[in-house]
Design a binder for this molecule. Sequence first.
Ligand SMILES: *[C@@H]1O[C@H](CO)[C@@H](O)[C@H](O)[C@H]1NC(C)=O
Length: 318
Amino acid sequence: MTITSASASSFLALTLLCFSFSAYTCFANCHIDDETGLLAFKAGITQDPSGKLSSWIPGTDCCTWSGIWCLAKDKRVSSLSLYEEGDPEFTLSGTISPSLTKVRYLQGLLLQNLRNLTGTFPTFIYDLPDLNGLSLDNNKLTGPLPSDIGQKLYRRLVTFTLSGNKFTGTIPSSISQLVHLRDLDLGSNHFSGPIPNGIDNMKNLLFLNLDNNQLSGKIPNFFTPLTFLRGLDLSHNKLSGEIPPSISFLAPRLERLNLGHNLLTGKIPNYLSNFQNLNKLDLSYNHLCGPIPATKFAAKAFLGNDCLCGSPLPPCKK
Ligand SMILES: *[C@@H]1O[C@H](CO)[C@@H](O)[C@H](O)[C@H]1NC(C)=O
């Protein structure tokens, strides 16, 4: 009884406090715009068999909903992060509602491995001024990337990963304006055409993955400024020409180098022996030829080329 009336009076006090600020800043619930935007997102989801969004109930504090993070200070929603790593049956079907722009302070939009999200690139994110991370990997998004993507997102995008979708067309050259990027992953899509030259503007890049597309032309000789790069995966494309000399500037930091399953010609450069931190190397299934420089890697890394020779493959003919 006492407890009930005590909590009733404190509820009243809170309610009065809320109204004395404004109807929006009441700390019992999240901001009305955040709630509206998130519920519109939920409405765009047509099937949610694993109940990922079951905690998203109108009138409850959206900061407690699964996949939602809020800023401590004013309880504005700062991140929407839904990820499925388990059962492939557990999917989310539907589209990404543009009403998410109401979630005005969103910094991270991460919708990964949900497998059945459809639609085109969500250009509404241009209207989210604080967005620094966009990860939409392993869904069913289609169509080209907009050509103005770099101009519109250059502000502070740090993570940009779209792997495992069905995006088509060329990689827009404006992407080179995303100079704060650390992680660029456009792998396992249907991108074609050349690798944009301007990627060398992204001096903070740690990971560059453009694997499993239909990219063609030469690998640009643009690696000199990319001194932080730790992972480079351009495998499973139609890239031709020689392995560019500037890759040598990635030593000793580079940890993973995968150029396998392309149309590369020429020799394996001797500088590869300088990559002390390399723990994954794949140059298999190209048209490389000539002696393999001293290497700790097993034959698997070199198989399927035209005429590579020397350890770990059979000796070169004299
Ligand atoms: C994927 O979405 C489509 C259309 O929304 C739906 O018909 C289909 O059943 C979904 N597939 C799975 C595996 O949920």
